[in-house]
Design a protein around this ligand. Structure first.
Ligand code: AMP
Length: 223
């Protein structure tokens, strides 16, 4: 399956993408993670992206498309992937369609997580991640069972993203509404959009996504 997870920053795309990865055995591709890795490694792409990401703006379409285009060539993407944070503009979506068409494939489904802005600011500003395994946590919604210890791998070092502060989150939200939300209509017209309510607890949102994907897989198998 080739899936896009669409939704504003802080909607829970990363968390849900990891659940899809585990349940359906397809790899999660996060352009945000790839760009942060490029910034940390000091590559040419990282140097171009650093200041833009710190402001909460979008990196140029050409960079994002190149990053994802290279990644989907890898062998672990053969049986499918979940795109988390890509595409974020109509030109990116058009490029993605062409990239997949050249490979004789297409997107199967786009799952939109719908969350209101005020909750997004609260969610985004409280996020932190295990430095060792990348498991995501939140000051209010998902604390480690033992404070300061990762539930998944037992590590004790965590990090917070430089762009997870209220001012930058508001700017990322403004960009989302201006540049990314038109993608919902773009994919609705293609009959690929499924919208789920992203406001509830993580498990409840996952149940809705799992339902959509189960139904999708059953209907694909019967066609
Ligand atoms: P994320 O981790 O998805 O919230 O992305 C963090 C930041 O990386 C964004 O605020 C953008 O600056 C940049 N970024 C990630 N994905 C894209 C994309 N598809 N297009 C442009 N910029 C992106």
């Amino acid at each position: 399956m080739r899936i896009v997870l669409l939704g504003p920053p802080g909607a829970g795309k990363g968390t849900q993408a990891r659940s899809i990865e585990k349940a359906y055995g397809i790899v999660q591709l996060s352009t945000g993670d790839m760009l942060r890795a490029a910034v940390a490694a000091g590559t040419e792409v990282g140097k171009q992206a650093k200041a833009i990401m710190e402001r909460g703006d979008l990196v140029p379409d050409g960079i994002a498309v190149r990053v994802i285009g290279d990644r989907i060539e890898a062998s672990d993407c053969k049986s499918g992937f979940i795109l988390d944070g890509f595409p974020r503009t109509i030109p990116q979506a058009v490029s993605l369609g062409k990239l997949l068409e050249q490979r004789g494939t297409a997107l199967d489904a786009v799952i939109e997580l719908s969350v209101v802005d005020e909750q997004l600011v609260e969610r985004g500003a409280g996020r932190f991640t295990c430095k060792n395994c990348g498991e995501g946590y939140h000051d209010r919604f998902k604390r480690p069972a033992t404070p300061g210890v990762c539930d998944k791998c037992g590590a004790t070092s965590f990090s917070r993203r430089a762009d997870d502060n209220e001012a930058t989150i508001r700017s990322r939200l403004a960009n989302y509404h201006a540049q990314t939300s038109p993608l919902a209509d773009f994919y609705r017209r293609q009959g690929k959009l499924f919208t789920v309510d992203g406001m509830g607890p993580i498990d409840e949102v996952w149940r809705q996504i799992d339902n959509v994907l189960c139904r999708f897989r059953a209907s694909a198998a019967s066609n």
